[in-house]
Structures are given as C-alpha cells and as structure tokens.
Write a protein that binds this ligand. Structure first.
Ligand SMILES: CC(C)(COP(=O)(O)OP(=O)(O)OC[C@H]1O[C@@H](n2cnc3c(N)ncnc32)[C@H](O)[C@@H]1OP(=O)(O)O)[C@@H](O)C(=O)NCCC(=O)NCCS
Length: 324
C-alpha cells in the first residue's frame, strides 16, 4: 500500500506541516522524510529548541524548514486572512493570540497555500487538532460535514494485505441519517485511494429488519440513500457485523448480495460503536490502524494518536500527503 503512495509522491512531492516540531517522534519521522526527499517537512517551533531537541534525540534534520510563529514575517497577513475566514466569529486580537499556537498557525499555513497538508496531534488532543481545520480549512464544496475513517491493514492468508476501511470512528459523535450517507460516500472514495474496491456495509444490531428501533431505521434509511448516490458501489444494510464479514453468517441470515459476508468498508452508527470497533480489530484482530484520516476537508489535515510512535508518524505523513 505504501509503495504506491510513495510512488505517487515521488512524481509530485509535497510539503507537510508538523505542529509539534520538538517532539522526538516527529523529529525521527522528519529526518527520515528529509533523507527520502519525496515529502518536505515543515517543523513548527523555535529554531534553537527544535535543533536542540533533534541533537538530543540524535536525528539529523539538516535542511528542514523550521518556522517559529513568533518570528513569522507574514504574521500580519496571516492574521487578516484568519479574521476573514472566521467571518466575524473571532476578533483580530483573538486570531493573533490563536496564531501563536502551533495548531492554529500550522493550519493557517495550509489554508494560505504555504504548505500542502498537516499532521498534528502527537501532543494535542484530537479535538484541538481538528477544530482549527474545521474552523479555517472547512469542508469541501458540496460537503456538509467533516468526518473520518481508519484504514485497517493486516497480512492476509494469500500473502496480499487485507485492507479495510472503518468510519466514522473519531469525529462525528452521533451522526444524523444524511451525515451517515456522506460518511459512507467519502469513506468509499478514500477506500479506493488505498486500493480497496469498496463493498459498503451499514452496521447495526439488526440485519435487514431482524431488530427494531430508531437506530435500525436510521441505518436502513441511510443505506438506501447511499445506494442511490453510489449506483456503481455495492452497498447494503442495515446488517450486523458478523453478517457483513462472514459468508456463512451472511447466508444464514438470508443476505444474497455482494456485500454480505464480503464487506470491506464498514459504516458504524455512531462514534461509540466506531471507536470501540476499530480498536477491537486493532488489539484483538492484529490489524494496524492508520487514521483517523479526515474526510471532506478542503485540504488534508490529519490527527495522530498521542501514543503514536515515529513509524506511525512517518506512515501517517505519507498517507496525509498522498491525499493532497
Ligand atoms: C470534532 C469536534 C472536536 C468538534 O467539536 P467543537 O469544536 O466543540 O465543535 P463546535 O460545535 O464548537 O464547532 C466548531 C466549529 O467546527 C464546525 N464543526 C464542528 N463539527 C464539524 C463537522 N463534523 N464537520 C464540519 N464542521 C464541523 C462548526 O460548524 C464550528 O464552525 P464555526 O466555528 O465556523 O461555526 C467534536 O465533534 C469532537 O470532540 N468529536 C470527537 C473527537 C474525539 O474525541 N474523538 C475520539 C478520539 S479519536
């Protein structure tokens, strides 16, 4: 999977902002990217502190662009642009204060086209990484929400990797019916980028009416709308996870279409189910989890887990830039 993404980047190298320029995991990934040359890191932080941290951790970041918000020459223009983007919701003073923080400053570098994409969250919470993106980079034309998916990868029995997409496990807490439709459409698109030929299952505690309730109706209705919007993609639901993933259970529960038993793109009803679900696959199913990959944003901005390691930073940087 990564070979294809790297080949894409080699043809069209990108710049990526790391908001936590002094973090050893970022510095390790940054030094690896500098050596590889298909993705140029921009580290946010005070130059002397970033160099001192790199030296202490033993990573060579010679040639990296380091930007200190306090010394940024185009700060006045950035403040003006941020005021404009916030459309009366933040004063000039509030924008100037916010821009001293790497999450807002880095996001504005992307919003102003000074960088192609951003990866943050090694020390910031998910909400503090995502919020500036929601406020400043905003949704793509035609999209109503930003959502997210995880790409799950583990070695398959035939030697090929098994690759799945799961959504929305990280952003929308209780998505409404139409939001679930948008999540499914964006996740199917994202799945394709990672080599998945999407078969989309809308998950529930019910399979085709076996259970009753508002949440069941919501998933069934969302599924019907998603089918209309994606006539070329196999979409089915509502269905239970076992019916979606096991051909035997799918047959037993009367599912005859191409999705039951063979789903590879899973749409969860809410963040509780999604977040718990992808972590079960990760911890008990031995899948590597890449994400959350934000969907529907005007530019690729992604969030790291605070428990991430340098390899995950490096991998997520490639994924983020390949979406630019
Ligand atoms: C994403 C999240 C941080 C947004 O929360 P928030 O900042 O409190 O949201 P607010 O309602 O104050 O909205 C802030 C801005 O973002 C926008 N926004 C919020 N959610 C959005 C979404 N899903 N898509 C697009 N825009 C969104 C709002 O419209 C608002 O824009 P405005 O300031 O220009 O009016 C929140 O949904 C969240 O905490 N999600 C769960 C994150 C999490 O803990 N994940 C689990 C770990 S991976």
């Amino acid at each position: 999977m990564f070979r294809k993404l790297i080949d894409k980047l080699k043809k069209s190298p990108k710049t990526i902002v790391f908001t936590e320029g002094t973090d050893p995991r970022i510095l390790e990934a940054g030094s690896r990217l500098l050596a590889a040359t298909f993705l140029e890191p921009i580290l946010i932080g005070k130059e002397d502190e970033v160099h001192a941290a790199a030296e202490e951790a033993g990573f060579n970041i010679r040639g990296a662009t380091i930007i200190d918000p306090e010394k940024y020459e185009e700060m006045d223009a950035m403040v003006q642009k941020m005021v404009e983007l916030r459309k009366g919701k933040m004063t000039e003073e509030q924008c100037r204060d916010a821009l001293l923080h790497a999450n807002y400053f880095g996001t504005m570098l992307v919003a102003m086209g000074k960088a192609d994409c951003l990866l943050g969250g090694a020390t910031y919470s998910t909400a503090d990484t995502i919020r500036p993106a929601l406020q400043l980079v905003k949704t793509k034309p035609g999209n109503k929400i930003v959502s997210s998916c995880f790409i799950m990868v583990r070695p398959g029995a035939t030697g090929e990797n098994e690759v799945l997409a799961m959504a929305d496990c990280a952003v929308n807490i209780k998505p409404a019916e139409d939001e679930l439709v948008e999540i499914a459409v964006e996740t199917a698109k994202c799945a394709r980028i990672f080599g998945i030929d999407p078969k989309v299952a809308f998950l529930s505690y019910s399979t085709h009416g076996s259970g009753k309730g508002e949440d069941v109706d919501k998933m069934r209705n969302a599924c019907a709308k998603a089918k209309e919007l994606m006539p070329d993609v196999p979409v089915d639901g509502e269905m239970q996870f076992d019916a979606a993933s096991s051909p035997v259970v799918a047959r037993t529960k009367g599912l005859t279409g191409p999705v039951g038993g063979h789903a590879n793109t899973f749409i969860f009803p809410d963040i509780n189910a999604g977040n718990i679900g992808y972590k079960i696959a990760q911890r008990l199913g031995n899948f590597d989890a890449y994400g959350p990959i934000l969907l529907g944003l005007n530019a690729p901005i992604n969030d790291l887990s605070r428990g991430c390691n340098a390899f995950e930073v490096y991998s997520m940087a490639i994924i983020t830039a390949a979406l630019a």
